[in-house]
Design a protein around this ligand. Structure first.
Ligand SMILES: [Zn+2]
Length: 274
């Protein structure tokens, strides 16, 4: 069996964390949920997540969280918190019992994703969570709930932050990213044209010869819209579906989309640039 992780949010539904511009417990839950999804869906990670919901005292809350962690087979315990201080305090921290290297990496990764200062790794052997979990444990202080700057950085970079946290955990536990076909940045693979039905290399533009579908995925499962006959579109790349069918990659607003490369439906051509 591969290595497993447990990740939990600090504090609980009935035991509030810090509340400033951000609510610590609410945001910690969001980060835990997203990081868990990334590790288990986008990576081949296996683990558990936990949010404490029943305790009415801080001691009971801490005890419930640690019991959940210690009850699982795992190689790493992760707790998500947010810091709180004066409005001027800013930056990321990662607290540890003995995982110094991992903590330093984590704090730096969060700082880089959020674009705020890296306050670094801090040894905190007295903290209940770090002291009582019996596997290597780290406690992330994502940013300051009391800082306007940190709150804005956090809201604007939530996905980058969660990806950065997941990447550090994945690196530590030896997870690898799953291969996804037809994601947003396919690499164009120009090949010589072999099949007459399809275009086999990239051109500058295409014009639709009939109404054609524009799809969110290279497999043409989700249609976004249709181009009417005679629509001209810039081509970004030529990509291939899982079964090897060529598609043209085009830009649709801020995202990429896929259009047929079948000569019956579109005409592709090079634009003369002078
Ligand atoms: Zn906290």
């Amino acid at each position: 069996m591969g290595k497993q992780f447990v990740i939990s949010s600090g504090h609980g539904d009935k035991v509030a964390g810090a509340i400033g511009i951000l609510n610590e417990h609410d945001e910690a839950k969001r980060v835990v949920n997203r990081v868990y999804d990334i590790l288990t869906k986008e990576y081949n990670g296996v683990g558990f997540k936990y949010h404490e919901t029943t305790a009415t005292t801080q001691n009971q809350n801490l005890s419930n969280i640690v019991s959940f962690h210690n009850g699982k087979t795992r190689d790493l315990d992760v707790s998500i918190h947010f810091n709180s201080a004066t409005p001027a305090a800013t930056g990321t921290e990662c607290l540890y019992y003995d995982a110094l290297t991992l903590s330093a990496k984590m704090s730096a990764a969060m700082a880089s994703a959020l674009g705020i200062v890296d306050r670094g790794a801090k040894e905190r052997k007295e903290l209940y969570f770090l002291r009582n979990t019996n596997k290597p444990a780290i406690l992330l202080e994502v940013c300051f709930v009391t800082s306007e700057k940190d709150a804005v950085a956090y809201r604007n970079n939530f996905e980058d932050l969660c990806q950065a946290i997941a990447k550090v955990i994945a690196g530590h536990l030896g997870y690898s990213q799953k291969k996804v076909v037809g994601v947003s940045k396919p690499v164009s693979k120009p090949k010589k044209e072999t099949k007459d039905t399809y275009y086999g290399k990239i051109y500058d533009q295409l014009v639709s010869l009939i109404d054609v579908g524009v799809y969110a995925d290279v497999g043409f499962k989700k249609e976004l819209k249709r181009y009417k006959k005679d629509t001209k579109i810039n081509i970004e790349a030529l990509v291939y579906s899982k079964s090897g069918v060529p598609r043209f990659l085009v830009k649709e607003k801020d995202t990429f989309a896929f259009v047929t490369a079948n000569r019956k439906y579109v005409k592709a051509y090079t634009v003369d640039k002078k």
